[in-house]
Design a protein around this ligand. Sequence first.
Ligand SMILES: CC(C)(COP(=O)(O)OP(=O)(O)OC[C@H]1O[C@@H](n2cnc3c(N)ncnc32)[C@H](O)[C@@H]1OP(=O)(O)O)[C@@H](O)C(=O)NCCC(=O)NCCS
Length: 145
Amino acid sequence: MEQALSRDPLVVAGTSAAPDLTEDEARARVGRLLARRAAGTGDRWVVVADGLDVGVVGARLEDDGWELGWALLPAGRGRGLAPGAVRQVAETLLAGGAHRVRALVLPGNAASRRVACRAGFVRDGVLDRGGRRLQVWCRAPAARA
Ligand SMILES: CC(C)(COP(=O)(O)OP(=O)(O)OC[C@H]1O[C@@H](n2cnc3c(N)ncnc32)[C@H](O)[C@@H]1OP(=O)(O)O)[C@@H](O)C(=O)NCCC(=O)NCCS
C-alpha cells in the first residue's frame, strides 16, 4: 500500500509523502509508522472496499494535536469512500479524548477540501509548513455535518 501510494501522481501532488518508494523504503516507512503507533503518536487505518485495500487514513500527533491525512489508490476513487473513512477516524480520535482533529490541505486540492467538508471539518485559517501554504481544516467534538 505505501509503495503503491508513493507511485501515484495524485497522491504525491496532494500529500507530503515521498515519491516512488522502493520496496525497502516502503517497508522502512511502515516500520516508522508502527513505531509511532507503539509510542501513541500516530496511527493508520486502511480503507477496504469489496475486499480490496484501496487507501489509507493516517493520524499523527503534532504539538497542536492530531492531524489527519488521507489517500486513495485509483481503484478506490470516485466511489464516495473518503468522507466516511475520514469521519470515522476523526470521531474515533475525538471519542478517545482528542479535543480537536485537524487536516492540512493544499489550496489547489479541491477533492480533499470536499472530503474534509463532508467529513464534518470546517475551515480554520492557513499555515505555512515546509515552504508550502496549507489550508487548516478542523473538526471539534461538537461539529455536526
Ligand atoms: C482526496 C481523495 C482521497 C478523494 O477521493 P475521491 O474518491 O475522489 O473522493 P470521493 O469520491 O469520496 O468524493 C469526495 C468528494 O470530492 C469531490 N471531488 C472528487 N474529485 C474532485 C475534484 N477533482 N474536484 C472537486 N471535487 C472533487 C466529489 O465530487 C465528492 O464530493 P460530493 O460528495 O459533494 O460529490 C483522492 O483524490 C486522493 O487520494 N487524492 C490524493 C491524496 C490527497 O490529496 N490527500 C489529501 C491529503 S490532506
